[in-house]
Design a protein around this ligand. Structure first.
Ligand SMILES: *[C@@H]1O[C@H](CO)[C@@H](O)[C@H](O)[C@H]1NC(C)=O
Ligand SMILES: *[C@@H]1O[C@H](CO)[C@@H](O)[C@H](O)[C@H]1NC(C)=O
Ligand SMILES: *[C@@H]1O[C@H](CO)[C@@H](O)[C@H](O)[C@H]1NC(C)=O
Length: 406
């Protein structure tokens, strides 16, 4: 009898495996997304009209003959709230940057709205001229500021997490009543408009909830928090030699693993900076590998945390990223080039990015594939202006005239 049952279950198991394989085959051979043709451009037909940037953004910003209002007009910043809906829901942004002034200026002018607030963290290692240019530009706005404390940021290090925390502290002190905070790095660019972000943040699924895509720490990531690591400041993070096993996480926390990107409520940020659990977990995370990929998502799975998402997984359209190992499944290959297994987008990646409609897309570079950023920027600005409920200032329009004052 038992033998028979066992045979039955082996048969069922086999059947299951066969059915799953067929389903997997069907899914994996189905083309990803709507196949968009090369001849279905988003901006190529209007190549002569685009958002303009002076040839040398740095020297334009430094030019002492330009007042702030000349400069921000020249750089085509939008200076009026485009709808009540957006005015009633100010957003906060944390932007961590270290290079490529031009990409930063383009990203900032795409996400900038006068009702929002922006904390910029410039890597303390960045060249002095770069830091000064950012400082000068930022000083032209009441609602954009440099963080009060800059870190020397190390890839995968605790300093990366500390940079965000420094900005959070500053943002809580800001008089602007922001509702959610979103973090960005210098190679991100928005896909959604500010209005779309506001609507997404207020949707039934995300209203008053934090978005921190991630899952229980998989075994392959265990080493990151099992062993002590050392941050070689400004260089890299390495396991201690010989191996030192860490104590288990405080408060019996289950460690999660996810993206370093988030959208968090103001109450959650307050909890992060003030609660004993968050403080203890931060201390414990100091000698782990890439703590920004476990800190936010772990705290967001605690019942007591405001807006937590304790049953949450990878949900949330936080970033469109083409990972090399998802080629053929999540996307159809990188049309630019891979950098550390992440696609730096080329112009032919745009149909995929636009169809995916995440909040932001990553990564962009202006020196390798400038036309991808040009095109997305123009497409995004056109969408922003089409959604506006106030009259449009001519200076915000993509234009063909090269009337640079720099
Ligand atoms: C700056 O703006 C003012 C007023 O719009 C204008 O009169 C002036 O010519 C501008 N300066 C430069 C250098 O473009
Ligand atoms: C916005 O910018 C335009 C163009 O520079 C300027 O004419 C206008 O006065 C500005 N409006 C506000 C509210 O600052
Ligand atoms: C734009 O202006 C710059 C400097 O003012 C000039 O060097 C360049 O040739 C101009 N480009 C076009 C397309 O007119």
């Amino acid at each position: 009898m038992r033998l028979l049952e066992c045979r039955k279950c082996s048969f069922l198991l086999c059947l299951g495996v066969v059915v799953c394989s067929i389903i997997y085959w069907l899914i994996s051979t189905k083309p990803v997304g709507k196949p968009l043709q090369k001849g279905e451009p988003f901006c190529q037909n209007k190549q002569d009209t685009r958002l303009t940037l002076p040839k040398d953004v740095g020297s334009c910003i430094h030019s002492s003959s330009l007042s702030c209002s000349n400069l921000t007009t020249e750089l085509q910043f939008i200076n009026i709230t485009l709808s009540h809906e957006e005015g009633n829901y100010p957003l906060a942004f944390i932007v961590t940057i270290h290079k490529e002034l031009e990409v930063f200026v383009r990203m900032l002018r795409a996400i900038y709205m006068p009702q929002n607030v922006y904390c910029i963290h410039v890597d303390a290692k960045a060249p002095k001229e770069y830091q000064e240019a950012v400082q000068k530009l930022v000083s032209c706005f009441d609602n954009v500021f440099l963080t009060s404390r800059s870190e020397k940021v190390t890839y995968a290090g605790f300093s990366r997490l500390q940079a965000d925390l420094n900005c959070m502290k500053d943002l809580l002190a800001s008089p602007i009543p922001w509702r959610k905070v979103i973090n960005l790095c210098g190679q991100d660019f928005p896909v959604m408009t500010n209005l779309e972000l506001v609507r997404y943040m207020q949707s039934k699924e995300w209203r008053d909830k934090n978005m921190t895509p991630g899952v229980k720490q998989p075994a392959t990531m265990r080493h990151r928090t099992l062993f002590q690591h050392q941050e070689i400041v400004g260089s890299h993070v390495a396991p201690r030699v010989p191996r030192h096993v860490k104590t288990p996480p405080p408060h019996n926390l289950q460690v999660y693993f996810g993206t370093a990107y988030y959208a968090l409520t103001r109450d959650f940020v307050d909890f992060v900076l003030k609660s004993q659990i968050a403080k203890d977990f931060l201390e414990w995370s100091r000698d782990t590998f890439s703590p920004d990929e476990h800190y936010w998502v772990t705290l967001n799975h605690i019942k007591e945390a405001p807006g937590s998402h304790i049953n949450g997984g990878w949900e949330g359209a936080i970033r469109a990223i083409k990972w090399r190992d998802q080629e053929g499944t999540a996307h159809d290959g990188c049309k630019g080039h891979y950098l550390r297994d992440i696609c730096v987008y080329g112009i032919d990646d745009l149909p995929w990015i636009i169809e995916k409609n995440s909040m932001f897309a990553n990564k962009f570079e202006s020196n390798t594939f400038p036309e991808a950023l040009d095109c997305l920027e123009q497409w995004h600005r056109t969408k922003v202006l089409n959604q506006a409920t106030v009259s449009i200032d001519q200076s915000w329009l993509p234009r063909s005239k090269n009337n640079s004052v720099c």
